[in-house]
Design a protein around this ligand. Structure first.
Ligand SMILES: NC(=O)c1ccc[n+]([C@@H]2O[C@H](COP(=O)([O-])OP(=O)(O)OC[C@H]3O[C@@H](n4cnc5c(N)ncnc54)[C@H](OP(=O)(O)O)[C@@H]3O)[C@@H](O)[C@H]2O)c1
Length: 262
């Protein structure tokens, strides 16, 4: 049987790691990508224990030349059937106090790396009988939010970029999908934020493993805008129908309170 390969960015922890293990359980060989020195080899061992191949590539995706080098490395070695653009970063700060590097990193990773990696791997994906691209956005894609600086805008980009490609490639063998998760207990930042926000914030909370499992299941069902559960769907509907003059100050004030509590 022909081997199937999937590339996952941000594979060292959180949702990316969950995607890696979910794909391995489905007999798909993952190619793990993250920053250097973050223990990809340990996750690769978990994949091998499931009887699958695991290939690791450590690089900083905020650098354009690294994205091109990664794509060349993959294109020379593997027939790629799945790309998951998961690596992403964000945070909460006032725009005035945010450093240039902080802003630049969010834009380069969330926007540029997602676009360029997809572009560079598309010829490879197009050669496969059937290929999938899953981009990880966020519920922050559905509304601007003050004090989140460029994060919601970058995720709105991911959402819009994916929807456009879905339509552009509708008659092709490459299928595009986007998932916009709500908060998850992944890194220490998101864990402490969720704990501070109390019971309301944890309603319908999904683990990274649940998000990965639902996303992959829906991706293979060719669901182009993946809704993870009823809370995720409700958030989408509320953001769609609540007028901007209500939701923008509401969300911004909630985040502002979070900053002043910290
Ligand atoms: N956590 C949430 O509450 C939440 C909610 C909605 C959406 N999301 C989205 O879900 C995705 C995954 O989030 P997460 O919480 O699982 O993230 P995370 O735990 O912070 O992990 C981020 C991953 O991206 C990698 N990464 C960061 N900077 C990189 C760079 N410059 N080059 C290459 N890889 C880099 C990290 O690698 P290293 O380990 O090597 O640093 C890590 O593997 C992101 O796109 C995020 O925006 C998260």
């Amino acid at each position: 049987m022909e081997k199937t390969y999937a590339l996952i960015t941000g594979a060292s922890q959180g949702l990316g790691k969950a995607f890696v293990l979910e794909l391995a359980k489905r007999k798909i060989n993952p190619i793990l990508v993250s920053l250097p020195g973050e223990g990809l080899a340990f996750i690769a061992d978990e994949v091998k224990a499931l009887g699958m191949e695991a290939h690791c590539y450590e690089t900083d995706l905020t650098q354009k030349e690294n994205i091109v080098a990664l794509a060349d490395w993959v294109n020379d070695r593997f027939p790629l059937s799945i790309l998951i653009n998961n690596a992403g970063c964000g945070g909460t700060q006032s725009f005035r106090n945010a450093s240039v590097d902080y802003l630049d990193r969010i834009i380069q990773l969330n926007v540029r790396a997602t676009s360029l990696l997809t572009h560079q791997l598309l010829p490879n994906l197009s050669r496969q009988k059937c290929a999938y691209v899953l981009n990880v956005g966020s519920v922050a894609a559905y509304s601007p939010i003050g004090y989140k600086t460029v994060y919601p805008a970058s995720k709105a980009f991911v959402h819009s970029f994916t929807r456009g490609l879905y339509q552009e490639f509708a008659d092709s063998n490459v299928f595009f999908s986007v998932v916009n998760p709500g908060p998850m207990m992944t890194n220490s930042d998101s864990c402490s934020r969720l704990q501070q926000q109390g019971r309301f914030a944890t309603m319908g909370l999904l683990s990274p493993e649940q998000v990965a499992a639902i996303s992959i299941r829906q991706l293979f069902k060719r669901d182009t805008l993946i809704m993870l559960n009823w809370v995720n769907r409700l958030t989408w509907m509320v953001m769609k129908f609540l007028p901007i003059y209500i939701r923008l100050p509401l969300l911004t004030n909630a985040i502002k309170k979070e900053i002043s509590r910290a």
